[in-house]
Design a protein around this ligand. Structure first.
Ligand code: SF4
Length: 329
């Protein structure tokens, strides 16, 4: 146990984890899982107590993407049968924000399946953001693909607080899962969003066939980029996509990934994202020990266990919904 406590001590002292330490977390024997979770919880508790930040996603434009991300059911060529629809209206997006607000969500994230936003799509997101901000106290996140500096400035002016753009995996593995844009394209957009004044929400997907080294590379890259929020998806292979037959991670592997991200990025918002229910299964509540945040009411194209069960899980494990927190305060 002392070994994992040592990692917690280092993280709490503000010392960066070494790559070897991060690898040792992913390689830990399953017998050590509870000790590892306990150590990660010490770090999580220092910065977030037992608070859980709830995020609600809105798929504002679904299934019509021209990019070829091999993991994605909305990608060009995917035979996944996901619902396809064009950009929703500001009214529809506002209605989604009202529901998220009622649920106590800290953030409402509007997402479009696209390489980057068209002028018209950007205007809809800006219009929706202005109306949401005028009506309620909720932070707005947008996830619209590749951004230009001018796009980012428009979003900031409309009141968007945070921009999501996941790196998905390591630089080394990226071209194995996406060919229509590069890892550098993604890094550039995250930098543009931050430079414009938005927080960066930037994470990845664990379990697409990448190595443990790739997972550690991603965690360190996100540390270097100083992203504020890290969604950790546990890959749930989608039928009709090129990665449909990849075997899911075990619950213990998924939990070790979350612990590793917590140790490498101790102060950051670490979110249990897609795949939570199907990968972690009955061990799901343990994810709240390293992670301080989660999505509720499903993901972009798959449902979750639902808000009621999420709230029950959180309460029964001794955690509670955070007050709406504005990061800059
Ligand atoms: S850019 Fe986004 S929506 Fe489009 S295929 Fe890639 S992950 Fe899917």
């Amino acid at each position: 146990m002392a070994r994992w406590d040592h990692l917690a001590d280092e993280a709490l002292a503000g010392n960066a984890l070494t790559r070897e330490d991060a690898m040792s977390v992913l390689r830990a024997d399953d017998d050590e899982l509870l000790a590892l979770l306990h150590a990660a919880f010490r770090v999580r508790k220092r910065f977030y107590g037992r608070d859980v930040r709830l995020h609600v996603l809105r798929n504002a434009k679904s299934g019509l993407c021209r990019e070829n991300c091999r993991f994605c059911s909305q990608a060009m060529g995917a035979q996944s049968g996901v619902e396809r629809y064009r950009m929703q209206t500001p009214e529809e997006l506002l209605e989604g924000a009202r529901k998220a607000h009622e649920m106590g969500a800290a953030k409402y994230c509007m997402v479009t399946a696209t390489r980057g936003p068209s002028n018209a799509e950007l205007e809809i997101i800006c219009e929706a953001t202005r109306r949401i901000k005028a009506e309620m106290d909720i932070d707005i996140c947008a996830s619209l693909g590749i951004l230009t500096e001018a796009d980012a400035a428009r979003l900031v002016e409309a009141g968007v607080d945070r921009f999501n753009h996941n790196l998905e995996t390591s630089k080394n593995y990226f071209s194995k899962v996406v060919q229509t844009h590069s890892f550098e394209d993604r890094v550039r957009t995250v930098k543009i969003a931050k430079a414009a004044g938005m927080e960066a929400c930037c994470g990845g997907i664990m379990g697409m066939g990448e190595s443990l080294d790739d997972r550690v590379d991603l965690a360190f890259m996100l540390r270097e980029m100083e992203v504020e929020s890290i969604p950790v998806n546990l890959f749930d292979p989608r039928p009709g996509t090129p990665l449909a037959d990849v075997e899911r991670l075990s619950p213990a592997e998924g939990l070790k990934c979350l612990c590793m991200f917590r140790f490498v990025n101790p102060t950051r918002d670490i979110r249990i994202a897609g795949g939570r229910e199907v990968v972690l299964k009955h061990m799901q509540p343990l994810a709240l020990y390293p992670a301080n945040s989660m999505f509720s009411e499903g993901y972009l194209t798959t449902g979750g266990q639902g808000y009621e069960d999420d709230m029950a899980m959180m309460a029964e494990a001794g955690f509670h919904l955070s007050e709406v927190v504005h990061e800059e305060e």
